[in-house]
Design a protein around this ligand. Structure first.
Ligand SMILES: [Zn+2]
Length: 181
């Protein structure tokens, strides 16, 4: 006679239930499904909370101006000469993914490569300004050890169009300094 994989009790003929290739008695099958349902609901709830939190951050980011974040230093190094680090707040990051068609004007001197480069530099600038805003939100004076991971792909789409895909991931450590600039 077959045994339930969960409680090891023998399963009477034709009452076993198969879940993901394993055979359960009907009682264990019910409680297994119940706990799966519960887990799903928990994950769903967590997802909702993360999304709400993200929305709130985005909302707050929109109210921060360039002026607010002008004083925030962004550096690729781990130390700064302009001030002593007194507090490591958090690792912060900004992601950006762009798919864009670039249309080339044959009368213009700028070729597809130049235009793609220009778009790429713009997206980095935008992401760095977002990073400053994130830093501002957590009360930082500087972001140190900033690292930019990036990739750009270009694919011709017809004679005067180039499809560009850009992926950016910028991370750094938000810190507080003894002296403000
Ligand atoms: Zn069982």
């Amino acid at each position: 006679m077959e045994e339930c994989v969960r409680c090891n009790n023998p399963i009477s003929p034709h009452t076993g239930r198969e879940i993901e290739g394993l055979t359960y008695c009907s009682k264990c099958a019910d409680s297994h499904n119940q706990s799966l349902k519960q887990k799903k609901a928990e994950v769903q709830k967590e997802k909702g909370e993360i999304l709400r939190e993200r929305d709130a951050i985005e909302q707050e980011m929109r109210t921060i101006t360039e002026e607010d974040t002008r004083h925030i230093i962004v550096s690729t190094t781990d130390t700064l000469e302009t001030g002593q680090i007194i507090d490591y707040i958090d690792v912060i990051s900004v992601q950006d993914v762009v798919f864009q068609d670039i249309h080339i004007d044959p009368a213009q001197a700028e070729g597809p490569h130049d235009l793609a480069e220009k778009l790429f530099r713009n997206r980095i600038e935008l992401s760095l300004s977002k990073l400053r805003k994130r830093a501002y939100l957590v009360g930082a004076d500087a972001v140190i050890g900033v690292h930019i991971d990036s990739s750009m792909e270009q694919k011709p789409e017809g004679e005067f169009t180039v499809a560009v895909a850009i992926k950016l991931n910028i991370t750094g450590t938000a810190v507080r300094l003894t002296t403000h600039l």
